[in-house]
Design a protein around this ligand. Structure first.
Ligand code: BEZ
Length: 179
């Protein structure tokens, strides 16, 4: 994975636009991989589903809280991606009052599949979702990779630790010390 360029896909996002009018003024906006990744050093983390307990209670809020520390390590953006559509991701972001982490809806799973991280979660009634991983991505190229162990379909556990914000931040800090 290290040194690989992230897949070029188009994400179908929903953005607020008062010009739409009415009580639900949102419209579609296509956002490309280049829009998210070109010319920036970012942390991307991927998880099995919006609103799921570990993701909502620990991973996403902890990334949000630690955003300033990531910035101090030279990270321009923190992105959370999940195989969920834009409506679900927007509702999750709103419920989490996010200010720092940006959510990327990979509703079709195309990005996740091309990253080699798509797994079946039919055992949970989820269908195809993402295996948990994190990455530091520099100008669209994977610089550091944090994949949870045991990549598999219908995994009966949900390993979480390698892709935690604390672990990724520790890795960034220790590399700075070593440099
Ligand atoms: C969790 O984040 O706790 C979770 C993720 C996927 C399935 C069930 C729970």
């Amino acid at each position: 994975m290290l040194g690989r360029k992230v897949p070029s896909v188009t994400f179908r996002t929903r953005v607020r636009d008062e010009a739409v009018g009415g009580s639900n003024p949102f419209r579609w906006q296509d956002v490309s991989s280049d829009d998210y990744f070109a010319g920036k050093r970012v942390v991307l983390f991927s998880l099995p589903g919006a609103f799921t307990p570990t993701c909502s209670t620990y991973q996403l809020p902890d990334f949000e809280k630690l955003a300033a520390e990531f910035r101090a390590e030279g990270i321009d953006e923190i992105y959370c991606i999940s195989v969920n559509d834009a409506f679900v991701m927007n509702a999750w972001g709103k419920s989490q009052s996010l200010e720092n982490v940006k959510l990327i809806p990979d509703g079709s799973g195309e990005f996740t599949r091309k990253m080699g991280m798509l797994v079946a979660k039919d055992n949970l009634g989820f269908g195809m979702r993402s295996w948990r991983y994190g990455a530091v991505i520099n100008n669209g190229v994977v610089e550091q990779w944090f994949e949870e162990e045991g990549y598999s379909d219908n995994c009966d556990s949900d390993p979480y630790g390698v892709s935690s914000p604390q672990n990724i931040l520790d890795a960034l800090k220790s590399q700075k010390i070593a440099a």
